[in-house]
Write a protein that binds this ligand. Structure first.
Ligand code: 5AD
Ligand code: SF4
Length: 352
C-alpha cells in the first residue's frame, strides 16, 4: 500500500470495512505463517528507569511507584518455569538503566538462563537504549532478539511526548546499533496518542518497512493519571473503543504491508477489552507475551491505568490462555523460538 492508501484505510469509519480488513489480515497471516502463535514468557525484571517519558507510569519522576529489581533467583525461577512449560523463549523487560552494575546483572541473567535451559530457551531483551559495547556483550552472551520501541516515527511528535533530553535521533541510532550487534530487531509504536494524526500512524508502518524490522510490538496509548501527557492536549479525550479500533486496524495494516514479520498482540489491547489479545491475533498478530514473573511485582509495573494486574500463578495464566487460543483455532508453537520468517530470511540472530 502507498502512504495514501494506508491513510484512507485508517480513516475509513465503516464497520463493514473494519471487518473486511480484519479478515484480510488474518488470511494473509495464515497463508504466510500458518495457524501458529508463539509464546514469550514476559519477565518484568525491573521498574527502575532513568527516563521520564510523559506517558509512562514508571517514569523517573513518578514518586508513587515502589521501585524494584528482581534477584537472580527470581529471574531464574521465572526462566525455569518458562522453559519447563515449553514456551520456547522469554523476554527480559525493564526500565532503561545503563549503569555498569545493571549491565553486569543482565549479562549474568543471560548466562544463567542459557545454562539452566541448556541453550534451549530463546532470549529477547527489552531494556532500552544502550551502547554498542553493551548490546554486543548481551548478544555474545546468548540473547538474540531485542525490542526497542521507537514510540512514534514522527520526530516532531516524539518531541512532544518526551522531555528535551530524550532524542529521536539517538533512538533510531540505538536501533541501528542493535542490528549491528547481530540481534533480530524489534520496534513498535503507540497508537491513539494525544497530538497524533492518522498520517503519523501510516508513517509508522512505512518506518517499520524502511528499517527492515523483524518484529513489531505496538499497542494503543492508555492514559496514566500520575503522568503529564493526559493533561497536555486539551482537545484529547480517552475513548477506549476508539483506542481499541485503532490498535486492531494498525495491527491488520502492518500485517498486510509486512506479511513475514512477527507481530505481538500486546497487553494494552487486553486492558481495553477482556478479549483484546485474541482480537489482536484475529487481526494478524502471531505472538503473545504472557507474564511469567512473580505476581507480587505486577502492581509496581503499571505503565498505564487498567493494565491487567492479577496475582494468578503462571500455571493459571497458562491454562486460561490455552483455553482462549483454542477458542479461536490458534495452535501454540510450543518449544520453538518462533523467530520471524523475515529474520530467518535475512539470517539474523540465528543460534540454532
Ligand atoms: N499506554 C500504552 N503504552 C505505554 N507504554 C508506556 N506507557 C504507556 C501508556 N501510557 C509502552 C511504551 C513502552 C512500553 C514498555 O510500554 O510503548 O515502550
Ligand atoms: Fe522508562 Fe520506557 Fe517508561 Fe520511558 S516508556 S519512562 S523509557 S519504562
Amino acid at each position: 500500500m502507498t502512504r495514501n492508501e494506508l491513510i484512507e484505510r485508517l480513516k475509513d469509519p465503516n464497520p463493514s470495512s473494519m471487518k473486511a480488513l480484519m479478515e484480510e489480515a488474518y488470511r494473509v497471516k495464515r497463508e504466510n505463517l500458518g495457524p501458529k502463535v508463539f509464546l514469550r514468557g514476559l519477565v518484568e525484571v525491573s521498574n527502575l528507569c532513568s527516563k521520564n517519558c510523559y506517558y509512562c507510569g514508571i517514569r523517573r519522576e513518578n514518586g508513587k511507584v515502589h521501585r524494584y529489581r528482581m534477584s537472580d533467583e527470581e529471574v531464574f525461577r521465572a526462566a525455569r518455569w518458562t522453559w519447563e512449560n515449553r514456551y520456547g523463549s522469554l523476554v527480559l523487560q525493564g526500565g532503561e538503566v545503563s549503569s555498569p552494575e545493571f549491565v553486569r546483572d543482565v549479562t549474568r541473567w543471560i548466562e544463567g538462563i542459557v545454562r539452566l535451559s541448556g541453550g534451549e530457551l530463546g532470549i529477547t531483551l527489552s531494556l532500552g537504549e544502550q551502547s554498542l559495547e553493551t548490546y554486543r556483550r548481551w548478544y555474545d552472551t546468548g540473547a538474540h532478539r531485542y525490542l526497542l520501541r521507537i514510540e512514534t516515527s514522527s520526530p516532531e511528535l516524539y518531541g512532544k511526548l518526551h522531555p528535551q533530553d530524550h532524542s529521536f535521533k539517538d533512538r533510531v541510532a540505538a536501533l541501528e546499533r542493535i542490528r549491528e550487534a547481530g540481534f533480530q530487531v524489534g520496534t513498535g509504536v503507540m497508537m491513539g496518542l494525544p497530538f497524533q494524526s492518522l498520517e503519523n500512524m501510516a508513517d509508522d508502518i512505512l518506518f517499520f518497512q524502511n528499517l527492515d524490522i523483524d518484529m513489531i510490538g505496538m499497542g494503543p496509548y492508555i492514559p496514566h493519571q500520575e503522568t503529564p501527557l493526559p493533561n497536555m492536549d486539551a482537545s484529547w479525550t480517552f475513548d477506549p473503543v476508539r483506542q481499541l479500533t485503532l490498535g486492531l486496524k494498525m495491527i491488520a495494516l502492518t500485517r498486510l504491508q509486512l506479511p513475514t514479520v512477527n507481530i505481538a498482540s500486546t497487553t494494552a489491547l487486553e486492558a481495553l477489552h477482556p478479549e483484546g489479545r485474541e482480537r489482536g491475533l484475529l487481526a494478524g498478530a502471531n505472538v503473545i507475551m504472557p507474564q511469567v514473573g512473580e505476581g507480587v511485582y505486577r502492581k509496581e509495573y503499571l505503565l498505564y491505568e487498567g493494565k491487567p494486574v492479577n496475582e494468578k500463578s503462571p500455571q493459571e495464566v497458562r491454562e486460561e490462555m490455552e483455553r482462549r487460543l483454542a477458542s479461536i483455532g490458534a495452535v501454540i508453537g510450543y518449544g520453538e523460538w518462533g523467530d520471524s520468517l523475515h529474520a530467518r530470511n535475512r539470517g539474523a540472530g540465528a543460534r540454532r
